[in-house]
Design a protein around this ligand. Sequence first.
Ligand code: SF4
Length: 464
Amino acid sequence: MPSVFIKTYGCQMNERDSEAVAAQLVAKGYTLAPSEAVADVILLNTCSVRDFAEQKAIGKMQNIAADVRKHHPEVVLGFMGCMAQSRGQELIDRLPDVDLVLGTQKFHHAANYLDEILAGRRDKIVDVAAEQGSEATIREHLLNGNAQKSVTAFVSIMQGCNQYCTFCIVPYTRGEERSRSIPDIVAECRQLVSQGVKEITLLGQIVTSYGKRGFGRAELPLGQDAQQRVPTTKKTSFVQLLDAVHEIDGLERIRFTAPHPKGYGDDLIQAYARLPQLVESAHLPVQSGSDRVLKLMHRGYTRERFLGIVRKLRRAKPDIGITTDIIVGFPGETEDDFEQTLSLAREVQFDNAYIFKYSQRRDTPAAEMPGQVPLKIREERNHRLLETINEIGKRKYDAFVGQRTQILVEGPSKKNPARLAGRTRCNKIVVFDGSERHRGQLLDVKITRAGSFTLYGDPAIVNL
Ligand code: SF4
């Protein structure tokens, strides 16, 4: 059977999509190639969030076409994911070596399309049409094909986004919000737990909008609120999903990403307080600290509303780790707007932040806005904000030294495979000396040292 190599660009959603496609192909008898040089099929799962990511994938495909095809003329080349969706046929027109272009609602057709191309029944295939029900097709996992025990897993709960932030291409590449049903998601989670998974991250472009289009705000069965001590009569579909996943025996931890601050209602904040398996970690993408810029971005909340959510979260869970995404140099962002972002970062004391220099995306409203900020200023603001975030992060990480904390051991450290790595409930990586049998265990370790966004645990505390 043919072998496949998939290279993934971009976010966790893309990682998850690639895993599901790989699992689908393995189930059909394909093997996973260790490198592109020896693969019969090479797929690039692409990202469109920044122009740089698109250019990187196009450049990569040009190199593969020039190098790999020379030695292996029969190799099948394909693009999938966001750039495949937004550019479609244009990719084959520009790169005639490409055989397959697979849109974001078509991942589940990968095996059939590749079979047809490999068998010579079809030459080129471009499929980027919308497909009803495609949100429920990202469900295969590679756990069985993985020699090592997987401790954590991502579960896709929805696709698409209807928020239309003015800088973002996602609603155009991923389409309208479409949510899977709660029983379907719970069944997948239950299956993963039965295979040894201890921590599940519920995944979607805007998980706090889960079920809004498909399910709306459903009433809870009578009496359930009293049992769960929630002083509201209604919960969002997302909180109902959290409740349902939380019921699964053997599941130790639940995370989710990415939420939208707009969706952080009181029911979700209360969920942190009442669901022990929902860990003390929130990734809250703020994007800017200036109300004027937030409005231009079409974010749907103000600085004060954002700070109010942070205050409530910290009241519910004082040790919660809060991270964020921030864009610097959005069109029209003045020095004063940027100072407000800096002051918000200091006020919130984020544990970490992913900072992005604004990048013009074609067909998005912000690309046409007046006041595009020159690259030099974007770089300078990026640098200043990074210094602030690093300074805060260092203080936060240093504060862990000497503390005892619980980690879930995930496996060998990425930077030093001779050591093990686990994660605290507040989402900080801890590296320590342990042994393979600790994988999948919840362990108490004493933090001895803090590095750059990594903690180090004392092996003496670990029961070896
Ligand atoms: S919420 Fe905004 S930034 Fe997030 S995916 Fe949707 S449009 Fe993009």
